[in-house]
Ligand binder design. Structure first.
Ligand code: GLU
Length: 295
């Protein structure tokens, strides 16, 4: 089976210990399958991007011996492709404009007795599903239930993670009509990632476990856009001292790459790969062999 994998960092800062684990895991998995490894810079959320972070990330990857097999893709240059995808969904009557402000969504949820848990996106109560009621269009949303009904997708949606095993989610109930294009005009991650994974021919997605919860939404979108579903594997997270996922937001430090092999060993240990002696490229080659055996 052909294999094309990818690492898709958001340039909101340099790589940190957590993102290096995802990068290394996706690279090793691609190499162990004799496949290609691509890099995509996910710079759609422009207010969160830091100028120059993209080049820094590419340099950091190269310092670790992780060099993409094809030219890097930047999501900021992909607006036309996202618009085509949105138009397709609109033409099928699967996407609709939404005029709700965040406050209106929260008020509607409170009326329905929904409380919002920490770290979860608000389930959209469906206010604009049948029309804008005189409001100005702000965002575009996917009519999840209609896609599920029209395409006869199973509820809950089930999928297999290569590491975590069987997963399921009731996307209409637990996530709701998620945003495709935001009120500020920016493209939503879910749409961009699905369109680009297909455009790059990605067959295997290997990424951090914090993204597991997005997968069912992405599979629904793949069905809606008539795109193939890749296989998925979500890798362990590096936890900060407070036990929370290490992220740029909770102050994860930029990687110290003065000794790239030492830093790579730390990332590799999370993937259960033992310490090796040798140069950077010898070490990577040995890990690929070990990884192949453990597959
Ligand atoms: N750009 C996302 C991030 O940095 C990763 C997206 C993905 O791998 O699907 O969190």
């Amino acid at each position: 089976m052909p294999y094309i994998g990818r690492f898709a960092p958001s340039p909101t800062g340099p790589l940190h210990a957590g993102s290096l684990v995802a990068a290394l895991a996706s690279w090793l998995d691609a190499r162990a399958h004799g496949g290609q490894w691509l890099v995509r810079i996910e710079d759609v959320d422009t207010p969160r991007c830091i100028p120059g972070a993209d080049q820094l990330i590419l340099q950091q990857l190269a310092t670790c011996g992780l060099v993409p097999d094809a030219p890097v893709m930047w999501q900021s240059q992909r607006g036309d492709a996202y618009q085509v995808a949105l138009n397709t969904l609109i033409a099928k009557d699967w996407a609709y404009p939404c005029g709700c402000s965040r406050k209106e969504i929260e008020d509607a949820q409170a009326l329905m007795g929904h409380t919002r848990e920490r770290h979860t996106a608000a389930v959209y109560p469906g206010t604009c599903r049948e029309g804008l009621n005189g409001k100005a269009a702000r965002a575009w949303r996917l009519n999840v239930q209609r896609v599920i009904d029209d395409l006869q997708l199973a509820t809950p949606l089930t999928w297999q993670d290569r590491l975590l095993g069987a997963q399921q989610q009731d996307v209409a109930k637990d996530v709701g009509d998620f945003v495709l294009r935001r009120a500020d005009g920016l493209w939503a991650y879910q749409l961009a990632v699905v369109v680009d994974d297909a455009a790059q021919g990605i067959t295997h997605i290997v990424r951090g476990e914090d993204l597991t919860d997005n997968t069912a939404r992405q599979i629904v979108l793949q069905h809606a856009l008539d795109l193939a579903t890749p296989t998925y594997m979500h890798t362990p997270l590096v936890l900060g001292e407070n036990g929370e996922k290490l992220s740029k937001q909770n102050g994860a430090e930029a990687l110290d790459l003065s000794h790239p092999l030492v830093t790579l060993h730390q990332a590799a240990s999370l993937l259960n790969l033992p310490a090796e002696h040798g140069t950077l490229s010898e070490t990577l080659t040995t890990w690929v062999k070990r990884y192949e055996k453990s597959k």
